[in-house]
Write a protein that binds this ligand. Sequence first.
Ligand SMILES: [Zn+2]
Length: 394
Amino acid sequence: MTERLYYADSYLTSFRARVVEKSTDGGAVYLDRTAFYPTSGGQPFDTGSIAGAPVVDVIDEGERIAHVLGAAIDADEVECRIDWPRRFDHMQQHSGQHLLSAVMAELFGMATLSVHFGAGSSTLDLDTPSLSAEQVRAAETRANEAVFENRPVSVLFADSAEDVGLRKASDRAGVLRVISIEGLDRSACGGTHVRATGEIGPVLIRKLDKVRGAVRIEFLCGLRALRRARADFETLTKVAQVFSATLDDSPALVASQREALKAAEKDRRRLDEELGVLMGRELYDATPADSLGVRCVVKRIASGALYPLRAMAEGFCARTKAVFIGVVEQPPTLLLAASPDSGLDAGKLVKAAMHEVGGKGGGASRLAQGSVPSAEALERAISLLTAPFAFPRD
Ligand SMILES: [Zn+2]
């Protein structure tokens, strides 16, 4: 059985221990005592070194704790060191979580369903269908006030049969390890915690997500909160610089620019269509009529949407005896337009051609369009539509 030194002292960063066993592959060692926290209760494991070898994972096996090492060790008596910045960061997030959960219960009667401590940020799920922005602000303020009050955080042991006023009942039997935030919270927990709320540092709540009828809040404590706030500020500054505006003016400016862009897009599309119609008329005038007096033209563009060609087809076929084929090479699509006096049914012709080349399409007698699977199928469809049999004119 491994003696868990971190239960009594979260601030122990170096210790000596005896190696009691090594796994057969030599990758994991078992010590008689350890300050290395194994992944449990949502809190990630500690890193550091054992006899100079890096600790890459710490696993709770119930009675014992396995330390997975990045290199083999030989000694029986070993000097161990915990990576303190990582451990302290975990302590800040974990104590911060207890504090936030206590505040949510105190202010709104919301219970914490589960917690997750991530490498970047942490989350807790609240038993509530919704949480307003006002509630988030109130909880964040209350949590930070409790940080300033620098309330002692202590560890006590109590029998599970005893009523010690836990925020959330524990299903463990026997002796419970209870983390107490003076005057605010008592929770059964095996994690490592700071000794007073002041050490949690700033508490920052960020995004909210709805997850299976609960609300998941993302939060950061300590230097993580500071780094995130700095990164947010830098991002907002870049946005503001684009608009040569202040940070506070930027949201309204972004919204108005977006509206202006939408209006400009709409105008551009309308102008494109007007231009297309004019170009179609011009193209008609420049296209010689065949022996039957019909003007037929194939207009190609390399890529993009069909709608500019549709406008051109409209302009072209507004005149007499006109047939217009518009082709977009990528994605391979085409349209066929015919003037009423051309004697052609565009819909039928496109449908037949698509059937032949494995494409999809159809439309009305004056205008139809189709899309095909490949460049090769597109060329075949064009030759089918321009072949003399495709134009029965009598
Ligand atoms: Zn805990």
